[in-house]
Design a protein around this ligand. Structure first.
Ligand code: UD1
Ligand code: UDP
Length: 367
């Protein structure tokens, strides 16, 4: 990215974990188009995710610029990881003095950057503000609440998020309903999502399900992992299940016998294009991912979310998503396989133009 001239504004984007990358890509692109020579951008990778398949592949496939800085924080406890990001960013922000810091989603890198920007009195913009699961046991909910409380510009994907922020007392002029940049990325790459290639890569014949699971409540503790494996095996009695496995759950799920069912095809995490090619052709998706609930909504693929709540209720009211328990999952898989593909609506402003809307707000305010 270009060097800062005397009158240029500096926008610094903070990414670190897999779901950040498809959200940041259209925002960076749109600011470059709109801001032209007036705005300089810097992209920070905190290093929260670092495996090739959790990070680098997204930079290649999504056309993201090389990060200007990689803090290389890696894995750790919540406090250790958050603190490491904070220390790295404090140095960087003191040196660079950004005009605005942009954070994405609800991961530890997001809240760490928010805390540092707020204390240095650097304006903070949050992409995907206002989502609420109202479940304080989720670390992401803590991250969302803190990040939104500290943000100057709150960029929302859906009307429910706007309402939550209003209820929490955020001034209306700071809230912007802009749509969903993750869906900008999905629509921009739709032609690359190749179902035939996905079938060939995984040697799939006939109907199949895709599963992706990484929430602590599903994969961390032995009993939860065992219950998850039991229900996935029952699902695999009905349909082949392809499971690109997030590194978080690999050890516990393997220990719980995940690999033992012949109908479960476990693989490493997939690249963005390969994963969504697989999802596009699936008869049903089983997930606890936030982003995947949104992507299945737009692709019209039935989605069964193994969680007691969701911070993305529009994926249920408009889309194809349904919350299910572990006990009920096999029955719900059967229902999804028997059903006609339901008609679904795409939520308002999930139209591929969220990036340009975000750029309008940020360039208007800070360039
Ligand atoms: C994080 C986010 C979560 C998000 C998810 C997306 C927080 C609190 N959680 O969860 O909201 O849904 O990313 O994927 O920020 N690991 C690797 N290689 C990697 C990254 C992680 O092996 O490249 C393993 C490590 O054992 C690590 C574990 O996964 O301890 C968890 O990683 P971490 O970033 O702490 O949380 P996630 O579960 O990935
Ligand atoms: N994803 C991917 N490969 C995979 C699994 C997921 O490319 O094997 C993509 C998915 O399409 C979405 C993003 O990763 O764009 C979601 O990340 P994740 O589920 O890790 O995080 P969450 O959305 O739950 O925070």
């Amino acid at each position: 990215m270009s060097r800062r001239g005397p009158c240029m504004s500096l926008v610094v984007h903070i990414t670190g974990a897999r779901p950040n990358f498809p959200k940041a890509a259209p925002v960076i692109d749109a600011i470059a188009r709109l801001g032209g020579g007036e705005v300089r951008q810097r992209l920070v990778h905190t290093g929260q995710h670092y495996d090739e398949k959790m990070s680098d592949v997204f930079f290649r496939q999504l056309g993201l610029p090389e990060p200007d800085v990689n803090l290389g924080v890696g894995s750790g406890t919540h406090a250790a990881q958050t603190a490491a990001v904070m220390v790295g960013l404090e140095n960087l922000f003191l040196e660079e003095r950004p005009d605005v810091v942009v954070v994405y989603g609800d991961v530890n890198s997001t809240v760490a950057a928010a805390l540092v920007a707020a204390k240095l009195q650097i304006p903070l913009a949050h992409v995907e503000a206002g989502l609420r699961s109202f479940d304080p046991t989720m670390p992401e909910e803590v991250n969302r609440l803190v990040t939104d409380r500290l943000s100057d510009v709150l960029l929302c994907t859906s009307a429910d998020a706007v309402a939550h922020l209003g209820n929490e007392g955020v001034a209306p002029e700071r809230i912007h309903l802009v749509g969903n940049p993750m869906i900008d990325t999905l629509l921009a790459h739709l032609d690359a999502f190749d179902v035939d290639a996905a079938r060939a890569a995984h040697q799939l014949e006939g109907r199949y399900a895709v599963a992706t699971l990484h929430r602590p409540a599903n994969v961390d503790a032995g009993p939860d992992a065992q219950a998850l494996v039991a229900t996935l095996h029952a699902a695999a009695d009905q349909v082949q299940v392809v499971l690109p496995l997030h590194p978080r759950g690999r050890a516990t799920l393997e220990e719980a016998g995940l690999f033992k069912h012949p109908g479960i095809l476990v693989c490493d995490p997939l690249g963005y294009v390969e994963f969504l090619g697989l999802v596009r052709g699936a008869d049903v998706v089983i997930t606890d991912s936030g982003g995947v609930q949104e992507e299945t909504t737009v692709l019209g693929v039935p989605c069964l979310t193994l969680r007691p709540n969701t911070e993305r209720p529009v994926t249920i009211t408009h889309g194809t998503n349904r919350l299910v328990t572990r006990e009920d999952l096999p029955r719900q898989v059967g229902i999804a396989l028997a059903a006609d593909r339901s008609t679904h609506k795409v939520p308002p402003l999930w139209d591929g133009q969220a990036g340009p809307r975000i750029a309008e707000v940020l360039v208007g305010a800070y360039a």
